[in-house]
Ligand binder design. Structure first.
Ligand code: G3I
Length: 483
């Protein structure tokens, strides 16, 4: 008989807990724990995943575009604005205007951001195209360091290296490859040192078919990196089933095989010729069937926004209407077994018997051992809080009040800048509203009274930002108030 995994046991426990609550709570809990979500982001979040889109800065002034994007998605990839030609147009002169514009738009709508991309043979600025050898290697390292420093602690993932393989599984003969076969691992090591708070991904196209040579080439590289301790956290499968390629029947095998190496996998640039409903449904189902498939990003909002608009490959038509493929994706997301404690549990958190009342306390992340900290002892409204080594000073001293506020410096409150997944947690003048009220629960979570969502952090590093996220029962959502 198949042995039960930790995840199976967790799901079983959740199912039992939910059934028990239904029995004792009949008449009290009105919400159906399995109610189908009605947007892609919300549907994906039920199983702890995200659903994202590529966003182009030049379209942020189009309200039809931003309305759909803000409603449907909870992850954003800048389509071109964080690429080397955009961020370092002249050597060592950086420009983050368009990248920041997208980052600010995304986070102000409660979305997280995937960085794309740091080292790539394409979309290099002219000066980089003409470099080679040591000069190019050093320029690549400097580029990674400076761009990642700018976004330090802000991005959920970074595509560190993009499209470095040929179709036959060998390395692409780019100018970067010409600097030495170790250029990819140097890029990853540089990236880890530059920002330990973000997940580092290798990203490529035509690696969806498990029996394809390119897939095997990338797989062997990731296997080698994991065996030698080269820092890599994720593989992005672009999933462009367009221009003649289509969903392979072994896609799930590819995802689970990469995941078995100990990396997250994600579908990072999905689009499908004429938005075939079976292919869109199938690619979504493959992801939800693989526990370490963390999310799906489509490569644009409407067909008219696509790099291949003549193939109508996206989920919304040029007028912003949902296409049939939208429904097949939504249904597949809604069919995923929930990994999130559902409504009865999150709506009725058990307040801890021991939150220190009155006195000040540190809020310590159980996974990291680090404290919730206001950067630079800032007193400004809107300063996002982060994890940092505990030192007990005023910017890490919180008071849990009788009205469920967590105050710092006496008059500022821990405040949720929204109620959706990924909403920023910041400090703000105390105003008595429910986005500043928190339940400190006996299971180690701290949940927002307004949102029902948990304080969450996706890294254990200094500088990792705290956000709201659906409660998952995982260690990155466990905090202790320690007096
Ligand atoms: O902004 C200029 C505009 O001023 C100029 O007039 C026009 C003339 O060609 O070009 C515009 O820039 C274009 C840019 O998209 C913005 O629309 C570039 O020429 C064009 O090359 C660029 O294409 C992008 C492509 O990457 C470049 O390789 C696509 O938007 C973008 O969707 C695409 O994305 C890639 C991923 O990064 C990696 N995986 C494949 C994927 C699809 O090719």
């Amino acid at each position: 008989m198949k042995q039960m995994t930790r995840r199976d046991r967790y799901r079983l426990a959740l199912t039992s807990a939910a059934s028990a609550l239904v029995l004792v709570g009949a008449g009290i809990v009105a919400t159906n724990a399995n109610a189908a979500a009605t947007t892609l982001g919300a549907a994906a979040a039920q199983s702890g995943r995200y659903f994202g889109t590529a966003i182009a800065a030049g379209r942020l002034g189009d309200s039809a575009y931003t309305t759909i994007a803000a409603r449907e998605f909870n992850m954003v990839t800048p389509e071109n604005e964080m690429k080397p030609d955009a961020t370092e147009p002249q050597q060592n002169q950086f420009n983050f205007t368009a990248g920041d514009q997208i980052y600010n738009w995304a986070t102000s709508h409660g979305m997280r951001v995937r960085g794309h991309t740091l080292a790539w043979h394409s979309q290099q600025p002219g000066w980089m195209q003409s470099l080679s050898g040591t000069a190019l290697r050093n320029a690549m390292i400097n580029h990674i360091q400076k761009v990642m420093a700018h976004y330090q602690g802000k991005l959920a993932y970074w595509d560190v290296v993009n499209e470095a393989f040929n179709e036959d599984g060998s390395r692409r003969q780019s100018n970067l490859q010409g600097t030495g076969n170790d250029w990819i691992e140097v890029a990853f090591r540089t990236a880890r040192a530059a920002d330990p708070s973000t997940k580092l991904c290798y990203n490529d196209y035509n690696i969806e078919n498990w029996s394809y040579a390119k897939t095997q080439g990338v797989y062997n590289m990731v296997k080698d990196f994991k065996s030698r301790g080269v820092p890599i956290d994720c593989v992005g499968l672009q999933t462009h089933f367009t221009g003649g390629s289509s969903l392979p029947s072994n896609f799930q095998t590819t995802l689970s095989s990469f995941a078995a190496l100990g990396v997250d996998v994600a579908l990072t640039e999905a689009d499908v010729t004429n938005a075939s409903t079976t292919q869109y449904g199938g690619l979504t189902q493959a992801c939800v069937n693989v526990p370490r498939c963390v999310g799906i990003t489509v490569w644009g909002v409407r067909d008219s926004d696509s790099w291949r608009s003549s193939e109508s490959p996206l989920l919304f038509d040029g007028s912003g209407n949902k296409k049939a493929a939208y429904t097949s994706v939504l249904n597949a997301l809604n069919s995923a077994p929930p990994t999130t404690p559902s409504t009865p549990i999150t709506a009725s958190p058990t307040p801890s018997s021991t939150p220190p009342a009155g006195g000040s306390a540190r809020i310590v992340g159980s996974q990291s051992g680090r404290c919730i900290d206001v950067p630079n002892v800032s007193h400004n409204n809107g300063t996002r809080v982060q994890l940092y080594d505990c030192h007990g000073q005023s910017n890490q001293s919180w008071t849990y009040t009788a009205s469920k506020q967590l105050t710092v410096y006496g008059n500022m409150c821990l405040d949720a800048a929204g109620s959706g997944n990924g909403a920023a947690i910041q400090i703000y003048s105390c105003n008595g509203q429910t986005n500043q009220q928190w339940n400190v629960n006996s299971n180690g979570t701290i949940t927002g009274v307004q949102s029902g969502r948990c304080l969450d952090v996706w890294s254990t590093a200094n500088g990792a930002q705290i956000q709201l996220y659906s409660c998952s029962g995982q260690a990155n959502q466990q905090f202790k108030l320690v007096s």
